[in-house]
Design a protein around this ligand. Sequence first.
Ligand SMILES: Nc1ncnc2c1ncn2[C@@H]1O[C@H](COP(=O)(O)OP(=O)(O)OP(=O)(O)O)[C@@H](O)[C@H]1O
Ligand SMILES: [Mg+2]
Length: 261
Amino acid sequence: MHELAERAWFLVSRLLGRVLRSGRYSTVRITRQGTELLVSKQRRFYAPLLVWMGGPLLRIMDTGVRILPQRDWAARESHLYRTIHGSSIRAEADGTLTLPCLTGKTLATILETEMEEPVRRKAIELAIGALAEFHARGFTHGDAMAENVTIDLESAKAHWFDFETMHESGRPIAWRRADDVRALLATCLVRTPAARFADTIDLILDRYRDEDVARHLAARFASALQRPLPLHLGQAALSFRSFMEVDRALSGRNHSIAGRA
Ligand SMILES: Nc1ncnc2c1ncn2[C@@H]1O[C@H](COP(=O)(O)OP(=O)(O)OP(=O)(O)O)[C@@H](O)[C@H]1O
Ligand SMILES: [Mg+2]
């Protein structure tokens, strides 16, 4: 009976997640200024309505994140580009943000096109390393998907971007960090053959190395009967079977760590 309820909520969440994901509210263009490549990001005219309607929805779903209104978004992008990437951004009068173009390809693109296992592993390692550094500086991302990090394999650097979403400040820091690791893990797994799930989970958690975060992360997969599931499946549409496999792998890891302690 319990499993039936889990499966039913999972199915509903997959559908809701697809609807949530389909709501695009900004347009991104790459432009050239002299020799420099720039990225222009502008919210669509209906974005304020979506952000306003999304607020209560994200709270009802207990997601622990909120989408920032225009002014807060511009301020956060500016602060993080300056602090993390050491570069400034420009805000136009019409609300368009002009950002420096980060080098490399997104992790999502690499995982979708690259077949060589060592290259895939390297790309994931760079992304999780950059996320751990970002966290160590006191920030959390809020939408840490493989679509929101560029990987430059030549210089072995990863850069996180897209800071429109923010974690609620009332959530414990380990919870917020685990939510970022969850988003990264799930968006990697949807682009990974099932046979490599356990390896990918080990790769990410061995590189991130935080038992508190690992416990919070395991709780996210312990049951499908969770209110934020539609948002999570909107980020990465895992199957019910994959979700269960992640639960087994994470709880197995946590038990063996607890056993060693
Ligand atoms: N600073 C940047 N440097 C290089 N590429 C970028 C940069 N910002 C965005 N991009 C490219 O544009 C794409 C979309 O950008 P971004 O993730 O900021 O917006 P979005 O995902 O469409 O927004 P949202 O999901 O919030 O609606 C990215 O996947 C990336 O390929
Ligand atoms: Mg994005």
